[in-house]
Design a protein around this ligand. Sequence first.
Ligand SMILES: Cc1ncc(COP(=O)(O)O)c(C=O)c1O
Length: 391
Amino acid sequence: MSLIEKAFAARTHEVEWSGIRIMFAMADEIPDVVNLGIGQPDFDTPEFIRQAAKEALDEGFTRYPPAKGFYDLRQAIAEKLKRENRLSLDPDTEIFVSVGAMQGIFNTCLHMLESGDEVIVIDPGYDYYSQIRLFGGLPVRVPVYEENRFKVDPDDIRKAVTAKTKLMIINTPSNPTGAMFDAESLEGIARIAQKENIYVLSDEPYEHIVFDGREHVSIGAMEGMKDLTISAYTLSKSYAMTGWRVGYVAAPKPLIDEMEKLMEHMVSGVTAMAQRAALAAIRADQQCVRDMVAEYEKRRRIVYDGLNAIENVSCIMPESTFYAFPNIKKTGLGSWDLAKKLVKEQQVAVVPGSIFGNMGEGFLRVSFAADEAKLREGILRIKKGVESLKS
Ligand SMILES: Cc1ncc(COP(=O)(O)O)c(C=O)c1O
């Protein structure tokens, strides 16, 4: 251990490299790899949004922004939240412009968690473990099952609640399963939150990427939930803006105040030019979002048909997001072993399901944020890899 490592604060060790990063480091070494592991849109940011950023530079948006975001952006966000999410929030006091949804999640854990607080998370689900553990929290996993299309059963959440439960993190539409939690189960969760006085961090990055005319429901809009919900949103996925790093948080005023105060001490605000681009995106007619979602919907069919045509692989139809979550249990290999084999022998990268929790073992995450040619080639390679196991 080097001198500086010996001097690290103990909490540093609670943060782990993400499993996805480890997988991609492996994929990067392989020539001509088809990467179906990526969790970001393959589209370019729409032209009018890029244009808004260029104009912002010429208009002088080159100085420190307000720590919680430009007021006109917060106003546009409040209107969007009311129109689309049925959340009524004061743009002055209840909205914070963040560095992606990720900062909203990180800050919520930082402000809310104390050593020993339990945090309910869904398994398989997005990896919130480092943020929780960094602040002394203990993740408590609630399983979701393929038989139930990976939808959470509020009774399973109820069973996981103890006197130490402080927060639950709900992510619908869900990464990596593509599941959506319907109004009925969210109401069940809301009742538990109110009865037990537990806060809900509702992480909603895929709110627009939903299929078959489904409607995304925000738990914060349910009766009695406004004071108990912290909702995290982002422009990353809906507008193909992962690199711009703009998201926002809707939460009760005291928490927004804390986020603003800390932002002053941390990074002073989200890049001014990126905020102006976000404003153009949110104020637009949203045709660009509909176009990208229509494209994902077409690709979803290719992936679903392709994966289900592979012997020993089965896949339920994702209801949302750009991820399929095929079951590979019949191949006889664990998810890391199969993913490693696929990348090394067939040059196709996917994400092992176990990265998303114990219940993700026996599954892979296949992203369809890739064009049709890549998807067809990637699935062909998965097929070859799985078939080679028989010989
Ligand atoms: C479930 C979930 N939450 C949060 C994030 C972070 O998104 P952002 O780019 O807005 O920080 C992601 C990104 O993949 C995600 O899938």
